[in-house]
Design a protein around this ligand. Structure first.
Ligand code: ATP
Ligand code: MG
Length: 560
């Protein structure tokens, strides 16, 4: 009963889920997305969300949203709420399957007691440094802790006292008793409980011992009867521990952990810890800074849920680490908005044009299509008058032959309007910059065609000066200067921040039909790109747009 979004062959995880469904092993798969609420979600999480919730939908199963909130010192309620909002915004629904690992603290404690009773866990008094020292290296086996052979009774008593707050933070831990000589370091008696007298966002001060991630994760999956526990490749070496805990406790359900390659995107960093640094140190305006590849940043920039889902579908799921080009992400929003966004005229760097032979007080209403390929998107009226703005870059004092825009004596078509010819121009005596064009129009060319069959090669955009709305347009460039900002661990990744990643044009002119555009709406400024009305800083009388992308891939150029 599979129903995949595209005709592509199934990825290796969906193959497994399909087999398990067809064989009757798991007729209704249950997956989960397990974020730690220690930051906002980023585009990498979107890959995991689309995979887990996607499988839930495609196989008529369910997908749980579970907060892995075992580390009280770094977690905040704000993050929980933002994560829920982001998952919903991406178009997914956990229905009534919202869980918190902290809901299982009591059960996790009981399981730990059970491990102790089975002789499979012990309280260890070594310090953190000593534990590390005893752990050995990839080449050398570890050494047993002197506390490893404590009796079950002593362990039970000490663990109970740990829970009751009898000991200081860090003075003791509970460790699984596995194998200090295991070639897999994760199996060398990993810590499963630590003392931390810290307030928890949900359990308050009820607990002063907290379970570790690896121990919590497999048991939470088990308690929720997850069938396929999907995680990224760095957890492959943790799978033996995942299985050990469940096998040792002989739990009735044993989810299958399957690892896939994480999403890596160039010119960015993708770890909440690093994103948090950018926010806290003020390198960006917040988690939703439009340059951030957080879900909230992408949303504010103007990315749509569909574009992100399509992107995740396109990059696919595999076992091999790879790097995805930022251009691929940009293409996904370009493709989506090419279909959906209304076309409008916006002049980013205005140059005044006076049409000398146009009647002083005349205003014509010119009909323009909202989407040239989609008549169903309708039309709008553009006022045309004697004074217009065009783009500065559409005029050159001494244009080369192939410049099909304006120059002295040259003729060009105004989009939906008339042919105009440049008669003369004025410059600023100090800067030499062109400040004004004087043109004439051909009244016979209304609508952009000439009855005498005269052809012009260039068509440029424009707005009527007295009708145009002013606005600010924010332009963004990549946040980092290098493709892999965190590759070299000896350098601070922030040294690679691009100082020119954000710029602003404050004197832009846009057509009056945009007067009542709502926040978060995206449009195409013809010839310029896609722009989204900023949901935070824009005000009715001070419109602020974010440039989402240009019309063409600017990243492709960068690579050459
Ligand atoms: P970060 O390092 O950014 O904090 P994380 O893995 O620690 O990421 P979690 O909140 O633990 O963040 O992640 C929740 C889920 O999202 C995990 O299953 C994790 O594997 C997955 N995930 C995180 N980053 C990526 C990524 N870049 N690509 C795919 N999945 C990811
Ligand atoms: Mg994590």
């Amino acid at each position: 009963m599979t129903n995949t979004p595209s005709e592509k062959p199934l990825d290796f995880i969906r193959q497994i889920v399909t087999e398990d469904q067809e064989s009757g092993k798991h007729p209704t798969p249950i997956t989960r997305f397990p974020p730690e609420p220690n930051g906002f979600l980023h585009i990498g999480h979107a890959k995991s969300i689309c995979l887990n919730f996607g499988i839930g939908q495609e196989y008529q199963g369910t997908c749980h949203l579970r907060f892995d909130d075992t580390n009280p010192s770094k977690e905040e309620v704000e993050y929980v709420e933002s994560i829920k909002a982001d998952v919903k915004w991406l178009g997914f629904d956990w229905q009534d399957h919202l869980y918190f690992a902290s809901d299982y603290f009591e059960q996790l404690y009981e399981f730990a007691v059970e491990l102790i009773k089975r002789g499979k866990a012990y309280v260890c008094d070594l310090t953190g440094d000593q534990i590390r020292e005893f752990r050995g290296t990839l080449k050398e086996p570890g050494k047993n802790s002197p506390f490893r052979e404590r009796s079950v009774e002593e362990n039970l008593s000490l663990f109970g006292q740990m829970k009751d707050g009898a000991f200081e933070d860090g003075s003791r831990v509970l460790r699984a008793k596995i194998d200090m000589a295991s070639p897999n370091i994760n199996m060398r008696d990993p810590v499963i409980y630590r003392i931390l007298k810290t307030h928890h966002h949900r359990t308050g001060d009820s607990w002063c011992i907290y379970p570790m991630y690896d121990y919590t994760h497999c048991l939470s999956d088990m308690l929720e009867e997850i069938t396929h526990s999907l995680c990224t490749l760095e957890f492959e070496d943790h799978r033996p521990l995942y299985d050990w805990v469940l096998d040792t406790l002989q739990t009735p359900c044993h989810p299958r952990q399957i690892e896939f390659a994480r999403l890596n995107l160039n010119y960015t960093v993708m770890s909440k810890r690093k994103l948090l640094q950018l926010v806290e140190e003020g390198h960006v305006s917040g988690w939703d800074d439009p340059r951030m590849l957080t879900i909230s940043g992408l949303r504010r920039r103007g990315y749509t849920p569909a574009s992100i889902r399509n992107f995740c579908d396109q990059i696919g799921i595999g076992k091999r680490e790879s790097w995805i080009d930022m251009g691929v992400l940009e293409n996904s929003i370009r493709e989506d908005l090419n279909e959906k966004a209304a076309r409008v005229m916006g002049v980013l760097e205005p140059l005044k044009v006076i049409i000398e032979n146009y009647p002083d007080d005349l205003v014509e209403e010119i009909e323009a299509q909202n989407h040239p390929q989609k008549p169903e998107m309708g039309t709008r009226k553009l006022p045309f008058s004697k004074e217009l703005y065009i783009e500065k870059s559409d005029f050159l004092e001494d244009p080369p032959k192939k410049f099909f825009r304006l120059g002295p004596g040259r003729e060009v078509r105004l989009r939906y309007g008339y042919y105009i010819t440049c008669n003369s121009y004025e410059t600023d005596p100090e800067t030499g910059q062109v400040t004004l064009l004087r043109c004439s129009y051909d009244p016979e060319t209304k609508g952009g065609t000439s009855p005498d069959g005269r052809k012009v090669k260039g068509t440029i955009h424009w707005v009527s000066a007295k009708h145009a709305l002013g606005c600010e347009v924010r332009l963004y460039d990549r946040l980092f200067n290098v493709p892999h900002p965190d590759a070299d661990k000896s350098v601070d990744f922030k040294d690679h921040l691009n100082p020119d990643s954000s710029g602003s044009l404050t004197d832009c002119k846009i057509e009056p039909s945009l007067k009542n555009i709502t926040k978060g709406t995206s449009v195409q400024f013809e010839r310029q790109g896609y722009f989204c009305l900023d949901s935070v800083d824009s005000k009715p009388d001070e419109l602020v747009f974010n440039r989402i992308v240009t019309l063409r891939d600017s990243w492709a150029k960068l690579k050459k």
